[in-house]
Design a protein around this ligand. Structure first.
Ligand code: ADP
Ligand code: MG
Length: 678
């Protein structure tokens, strides 16, 4: 048996189980070894019935008093009961609907019972515990992610076979100096112990090593992919002119905004190009910070580019920038996929001639025709939506320009560290004054009428609102669904209001018209698919209804909700959902509990994992098997430091001792698109 042997040929697997295992991402025997338990049952700490604490999960050794007898409570529910004793006390065992377990228990035999202790001090009980013959002994049992048709116990047996067969073939990826320095055990031991630890200390040692390896591999890939040569820039800000810009603003900057602008100005005065992440929750006012940077850069003779992920957002940035720069002599242009050919040509020529100071746009900025005369500052908004390569492509249009990335999805700190490594970060941790937190309610579909009535009340008061359309079923087009929904509202409860419609399939000119009408207040209610998600800013819109809220991720819901709560009126967000499953309910509950983008991002990451968090792999992060970026902050730091030292010693990991590690990096990052590793 080899590591790369097809899982189907592992003893005890076969065709059917192989299929189930593939669903879990296990294709080979080697994959199975790296399919780690998600937790453990500790059967090693056996307590007496007397010592078993009510409310806790315990393992008790006891003799079954009599064979459990079943009583049918009602259709489909049978209850079995028996008493067990450890010689000093008696505990009741209750078994719901599990005949298999009830049949297994024989009178007079001794078993280990593992489960949560309930009952009272007078008589403790366990509900449907796990039970094993006592002589099997004390140990820690792994619990695996299961799939229908394959229990954790089955996987446990297969792991044992695979470990016996080929754990010794697993290459040691971590050279001895790293293992010594960070106190990590060898690969073979860690694989044995992660699945079958003699005690919980072994388990945590093993996990620590495997997590470290994974984080190190992730970090190395990131570094190798990104390239770290910090070039010198030919663009330096000569004098700080931001005061002149700030003077003309219609509002006072928050302290956080001031700090960010100062940091950016200082960065751009250096020889090395700026590489800064401007992070701030929705509505924290990132745009004006970017504008200050642009103003300053232009005063020193640079051209600037601002790239946004959607056309609507690009248009809005364009408008905003024009307003900010109206008192000054700054030339701003907009370039998107739908800019007319003649207009495009003119823009290309003006850029080349240095007659445009700021070009705002979408991915259209990346086309080869776009060439600048002296591109000194590149800003990307909502940048996690752009791939690593796209971000780099825009930078290449200048000679090592300053880079500012703005992120509205508050990326958890650990993850930011992981992704950007040496990037500098400014956080806008303060909302502009006068904002009130959005109140959020989760309701079921039955309450839809009332919710819509509530929206109407707001419109009657001269305010505006959003309705985020239900996501479409398969086969339906988003356009049709959104149109139908809007039509219903127009002919129903909102017949006397101007209801606008916005969806992804509309032509950009049409979208622009709708957005303008909404911004000006002419359209009072905007029915939309998720295209409004990013950036759109209409302070008079204070109510939002989100249909099918369960189908959105937490961060996405937070982004959507961020469209309201921008004015002085208090805002309300109503999430409509008929979801039953725990995870969906949990997400909705979190939304009703907090407006804190960081907490939401953390929860999102915890629930979905980093690969998913960034909406699939194109955003540059591979899926992790064991490490948890949220809770393992310390280890993330250690792995980062280790990667740095490693690359200092051996920049392309070509030494023989580092080759297995390099192979691991390539495997982990293999699916992540065209990498610059060669
Ligand atoms: P985001 O960080 O989500 O991109 P924006 O830059 O769109 O936020 O700002 C949100 C709104 O807050 C805009 O209408 C902007 O003009 C306004 N704003 C920004 N900074 C301030 C401030 N210091 N005081 C008052 N309003 C502000
Ligand atoms: Mg924004």
């Amino acid at each position: 048996m080899e590591l790369k042997t097809d899982i189907q040929y592992l003893k005890g697997v076969g065709e059917k189980r192989a299929q189930l295992l593939r669903k879990l991402g296990v294709y080979t025997v080697g994959d199975l070894l790296h399919f780690y338990p998600r937790s453990y049952e500790d059967w090693s700490q056996i307590v007496s019935i007397e010592d078993a604490r009510i409310g806790e999960v315990c393992c008790v050794r006891a003799i079954v008093d009599r064979k459990p007898v079943g009583a049918r409570i009602r259709q489909g529910l049978t209850l079995y009961k028996t008493d067990v004793t450890d010689g000093r006390s008696i505990m009741q065992i209750t078994i719901f609907n599990n005949r298999f377990l009830a049949d297994k228990l024989e009178a007079g035999e001794e078993y280990l019972f593992y489960g949560r202790v309930g009952g009272s001090l007078w008589k403790k009980e366990m509900n449907t515990p796990l039970a094993e013959k006592a002589e099997g002994g004390k140990r820690i049992r792994p619990i695996y992610r299961q799939t229908e048709g394959m229990t954790s116990r089955t996987i446990e047996r297969l792991e044992a076979t695979a470990l016996d067969g080929c754990v010794s073939q697993c290459p040691e990826t971590l050279p001895a100096w790293i293992r010594d320095k960070y106190c990590l055990c060898a690969i073979e031991n860690s694989l044995r112990d992660v699945h079958f630890p003699p005690d919980m200390d072994y388990a945590s040692h093993a996990r620590r090593r495997l997590m470290f390896e994974e984080l190190l591999t992730l970090t190395l890939g990131m570094r190798l992919l990104r390239g770290r040569n910090r070039a010198r820039t030919s663009f330096r800000v000569q004098t700080d002119e931001t005061a002149r810009f700030i003077e003309k603003l219609p509002f006072r900057l928050t302290n956080a905004q001031r700090r960010a602008i100062e940091a950016i100005t200082a960065d751009m005065a250096q020889d090395a190009p700026m590489n800064r992440l401007l992070q701030g929750d929705v509505g924290s006012g990132k745009t004006v910070v970017a504008a200050a940077a642009v103003y300053n850069a232009v005063q020193s003779g640079m051209q600037c580019a601002l790239m946004a992920p959607t056309e609507i957002l690009a248009m809005q940035h364009f408008e905003t920038m024009r307003k900010f720069f109206a008192p000054f002599d700054l030339r701003v242009a907009l370039l998107t996929g739908s800019t007319r050919a003649a207009e495009k040509k003119k823009i290309y020529a003006c850029l080349q001639a240095g007659e445009i100071d700021l070009l705002v746009g979408t991915h259209a900025l990346l086309t080869p025709d776009v060439t600048f005369r002296r591109l000194g500052l590149v800003i990307t908004d909502e940048q996690h939506r752009f791939g690593v390569e796209q971000r780099a492509a825009l930078g290449k249009k200048g000679e090592d320009p300053h880079i500012l990335v703005m992120s509205a999805t508050p990326i958890p700190r650990t993850l930011a560290l992981m992704i950007y490594g040496d990037l500098d970060v400014s956080v806008l941790d303060e909302l502009p004054p006068g904002r009130k937190p959005v109140r959020t309610y989760a309701v079921t579909g039955e309450k839809r009428e009332r919710a819509l009535g509530y929206v109407r009340d707001h419109l009657d008061r001269g305010l505006q609102g959003y309705i985020v359309c239900p996501l479409v079923e398969e086969g339906e087009t988003p356009m049709a669904a959104a149109e139908e929904y809007a039509a219903e509202l127009r002919s129903g409860a909102f017949h006397d209001y101007n209801v606008g419609l916005l969806h992804g399939r509309m032509r950009p000119k049409e979208k622009e018209a709708v957005m303008r009408a909404f911004a000006s207040g002419e359209v009072r209610l905007l029915v939309s698919t998720t295209v409004i998600e990013v950036g759109v800013d209409v302070p008079n819109a204070v109510i939002m209804v989100i249909e099918n809220a369960e189908r959105f991720g937490l961060s996405q819901l937070h982004q959507l909700r961020g469209r309201i709560g921008r004015g002085r009126e208090s805002s309300t967000c109503i999430l409509i959902s008929d979801a039953q499953n725990d995870e969906a309910l949990r997400r909705l509950r979190i939304m009703t509990q907090t407006n804190d983008g960081f907490r939401i991002a953390d929860e999102d990451l915890r629930m979905r994992g980093p690969g998913d968090f960034f909406g699939a792999r194109q955003h540059g992060l591979p899926e992790l098997k064991i490490a948890d970026l949220v809770s393992e902050t310390q280890l993330v730091h250690e792995a980062g430091a280790c990667a740095e030292e490693l690359l200092r010693r051996d920049p392309d990991l070509s030494e023989a001792v580092h080759r297995p590690l390099r192979a691991a990096v390539e495997t982990l990052w293999g699916g992540v698109g065209s990498s610059g590793m060669n």
